[in-house]
Each structure stands twice: as structure tokens, then as C-alpha cells.
Design a binder for this molecule. Structure first.
Ligand SMILES: Nc1nc2c(c(=O)[nH]1)N[C@H]1C(S)=C(S)[C@@H](COP(=O)(O)OP(=O)(O)OC[C@H]3O[C@@H](n4cnc5c(N)ncnc54)[C@H](O)[C@@H]3O)O[C@H]1N2
Ligand code: MOO
Length: 401
């Protein structure tokens, strides 16, 4: 099988990927970052009454020439309005958010009034008619569409939905993902590590990446290099109606790399295996009965890079989130050597430059190095067969945050 060009692999992974049709109802405290499945219609008018925007006095503007005296007949506070009516030469003490009493058309801010007796004020500066009143419905009216289906709920839109009277919202269900790490050598962090064993690390990095992209990781399993064990987790994912089955490791050509073999036995329709990129070459993509398959390589940086390029965009698509451009534009902080037949995704740090982001490759690039991966801000793209490049030349990169 020849190596698939990176951009084509990306297009193929996303081809035909639609948001999952399931929806669910969540409370407002769980709603931020979710995608609305149904429009949010205002259940009430906001504000529901003419409200004061300032602390001061509710007045009739016609009575409030500078130098006039007004008789204070009561008080309107937020949550506790004044039930009477203002007649000529009268005023009501009013506070921010309080209902404007009947008969008043203006709020005089207290800085422009002088209390001359216990219940008399003198207007020191005349206000404009209508000043400092938020009219009923100025924000929105009952029945108005506040947020349309498909909106990614920001903290501000959660506040708007709350104001519209909604304790819960109908959102798209998160795509369900099962992650399986394979390898006899793997033990969980914190468990005793035998002489030839290692700690399963990208197991947790990949689960975090899936969740950050909008998925629900319904299982994060470890299995030894054993066909029956891998088979069992595959069946578990099918049974749980996972949208994506992600494997880590066993994707290459060694005698113990069994993932591709199990996929073939399980009737997975394999779209491609192996991408012309470094790291992350032995990436597999396919599907079985509506469950998408992403087979990631085992090397820690390789799995994180392949998941960043292919799995995260797929999850975003299934979650109903907008596609993001795969690459951003920047400039090389250093000269780069010529590149070979695989696109190189160079773990790099970013700093601001005069014309845009400047990318500096980290000194060590082996695909086992999580200490380097965790430090990187970006994957600097060196295209297939790129010529040597000078510092300052434009480049493209995949942001990692
Ligand atoms: N003869 C060849 N050998 C290899 C090739 C090749 O083309 N021909 N490709 C290499 C490339 S590139 C990669 S990438 C790796 C990928 O191999 P696998 O996907 O089969 O991964 P494993 O062999 O299972 O593991 C590789 C490495 O990663 C460690 N690992 C695996 N899973 C985890 C985990 N969950 N957490 C942390 N570390 C993990 C594993 O112990 C190995 O050290 O193959 C090359 N070989
Ligand atoms: O692609 Mo492998 O991912 O070079 O280490």
C-alpha cells in the first residue's frame, strides 16, 4: 500500500462525516461548550418592566428644571418597586434595576440632586427626558429567537438562555468514543512497572484530546498483544454504539502488531493505512457499520500528532462544531534542511514576530519523546520534498492549543 498524502488523508477522514443525530437535555451549568440542537426562544421579556439604570430619583422631566424642588414620596428598590404614582412636583427615590414608578418618565442621577430636607430635593442639573431608563423589552421580547440551532454555547450565550427563562437546553449529544491501547508492555500510571514494561501514557493524552475536541470517552481500555483481547474490546465498542473506535499501537508491521489483522477479521472497511508523514505514518482509517475507526500508531508523539491531524477534526465534525483550518501561517525562526518523501511535522515553539508567529523547532524530534511533545506549541509543517529554507521564510503549522 503506498503512503497517502497528508491532505488527502485529512479529506478522506472527514468525507461524509456528519454531526451525530442524537440530542440530549443539559442543565445550564453543563451547557457551555456544547452545540445547541434546538433554537432557544425567549420565554419572557427582558427587562420585564421599565427599569432604572442609575441610583437617583424617578421624576417627570417637565418638572425638573435646574433649581426646581421635588417632594420625595417613597422609594423603589430592585426587587421592591413603588406601587403608587408620581404626580407633578413629586419624585421617588430609585435605585439601579428598580422599576420606574408610574407617572415618571426620567431618572435624575443623585449626583445632580441635593437633599435639602428629609423629603425634599433640589434639581442641580436638569436631565434629558427619558434619561437613565431601560425600557421594557429593550434586551429582548417574549417569543424572540435568542440563539439558533447549531450555536456553540459560549458563557455569554448561556447567560442569555438563562435570562430567557431556560433552566435546560437541548444540545447535540457528544460523539461516543472508545479508546483501546494495545501492548503487552503497558501498565497504568501508578501501578508497579515490570522490567520490560512501560507506563501507558498517550492512552491518557489521546482520551484528553478526544474530550477537548468534543467527544465523550465512554471507555479507555488496555489490552495485551492478543487478538482475542483486542477483538473483545472491538465488540464492546460496537455493542456500546460507539461513533469512533480509536486504537493506540499495534499499527505497524511487526509480528505483534495485531490491530490491522483484527480489523480485517471484524470486517472493517479500511479506507487507508499509512500516511506520508513523520511522525504518525502508520495511521489507519476505516469504518464498520457506522462506527468509524481510527488506528493510531503507538509511539507517543506519533499518536498525538496523528490524532491532532485526523481524529480531533473528525470528532469536531461529529460533535457539530465548525471545521477549523488544518494549518495556520507563520515564519521560520531558523533555517531548515531539505525534507524527504514524508511531510515532517516538527514539534516547535511559537513566539510573536514582526509579521506573524515565528516558529522554532525543538532540538530533539524522536517520536518517543513526550517531554518534547508536551513543550511544543505547534507542529511546523515541512512539506514533502521541501527545499532547504532560510530563516524568515513563510511556513505553515498546526497549532497545538
Ligand atoms: N519495520 C518497520 N518498523 C516500524 C515501522 C515501519 O514502517 N517498519 N514504522 C515505525 C513507525 S513510523 C512507528 S510510528 C511505529 C508504530 O508502531 P505501532 O503502532 O505498531 O506501535 P507499537 O509497536 O505498538 O508501539 C510503538 C512504541 O510505542 C509504545 N507505546 C505503544 N502504546 C503506548 C501507549 N499507550 N502509551 C505509551 N507508549 C506506548 C510502545 O511501547 C513502543 O515503544 O512503528 C515503527 N516501526
Ligand atoms: O511515524 Mo512514526 O510515527 O515516524 O514514529
Amino acid at each position: 500500500m503506498s503512503l497517502m498524502p497528508l491532505e488527502e488523508a485529512y479529506r478522506r477522514v472527514l468525507a461524509g462525516a456528519e454531526p451525530v443525530p442524537r440530542t440530549e437535555r443539559v442543565g445550564l451549568r453543563q451547557a457551555s461548550g456544547r452545540v445547541l440542537a434546538e433554537a432557544v426562544i425567549a420565554q419572557r421579556t427582558q427587562p420585564g418592566f421599565n427599569a432604572s439604570a442609575m441610583d437617583g430619583y424617578a421624576i417627570k422631566a417637565a418638572n425638573a428644571e435646574a433649581g426646581s424642588y421635588l417632594n420625595v414620596i417613597g422609594e423603589s428598590a430592585a426587587g421592591k418597586g413603588f406601587s403608587g404614582r408620581i404626580e407633578d412636583s413629586q419624585t421617588v427615590r430609585i435605585f439601579t434595576g428598580a422599576p420606574v414608578p408610574e407617572g415618571a418618565d426620567t431618572v435624575l442621577i443623585q449626583e445632580n440632586a441635593e437633599l435639602v430636607e428629609a423629603s425634599t430635593i433640589k434639581v442641580t442639573e436638569a436631565p434629558a427626558r427619558g434619561a437613565h431608563i431601560r425600557l421594557a423589552g429593550v434586551d429582548f421580547a417574549e417569543g424572540q429567537t435568542l440563539l439558533s440551532a447549531g450555536t456553540l454555547l459560549s458563557p455569554g450565550s448561556v447567560a442569555l438562555a438563562a435570562s430567557g427563562g431556560h433552566p435546560e437546553l437541548v444540545v447535540r449529544a457528544k460523539p461516543r468514543v472508545v479508546v483501546l491501547s494495545t501492548g503487552d508492555e503497558l501498565v497504568l500510571p501508578g501501578e508497579p512497572v515490570g522490567p520490560h514494561q512501560i507506563v501507558a501514557s498517550n492512552t491518557f493524552g489521546i482520551a484528553a484530546l478526544c474530550e477537548a475536541a468534543g467527544a465523550e470517552v465512554i471507555a479507555n481500555e488496555l489490552a495485551p498483544d492478543d487478538e482475542a483481547a483486542i477483538d473483545a474490546v472491538f465488540d464492546q465498542a460496537l455493542g456500546a454504539k460507539a461513533d469512533i473506535f480509536v486504537t493506540i499501537g499495534g499499527a505497524s508491521v511487526g509480528d505483534h502488531d495485531l490491530v490491522g489483522k483484527v480489523f480485517a477479521e471484524k470486517g472493517v472497511d479500511l479506507d487507508f493505512w499509512k500516511v506520508a508523514m513523520r511522525p504518525g505514518k502508520p495511521f489507519m482509517a476505516g469504518a464498520r457499520d457506522g462506527m468509524r475507526i481510527a488506528g493510531l500508531p503507538g509511539n507517543p508523539a506519533s499518536s498525538m500528532v496523528a490524532a491532532t491531524l485526523f481524529l480531533a477534526p473528525l470528532i469536531r465534525r461529529l460533535a457539530g462544531l465548525a471545521d477549523r483550518p488544518l494549518f495556520a501561517d507563520g515564519f521560520l525562526a531558523e533555517a531548515m534542511p531539505a525534507n524527504g518523501s514524508r511531510a515532517d511535522l516538527v514539534r516547535s515553539v511559537i513566539r510573536p514576530g514582526p509579521d506573524g508567529p515565528l516558529l522554532s523547532p525543538l532540538p530533539r524530534q524522536d517520536s518517543s519523546l513526550l517531554s518534547v511533545y508536551a513543550e511544543a506549541d505547534a507542529l511546523l509543517l515541512r512539506p514533502v520534498n521541501a527545499n532547504p529554507a532560510e530563516a524568515g521564510e513563510p511556513c505553515r503549522f498546526v497549532p497545538l492549543s
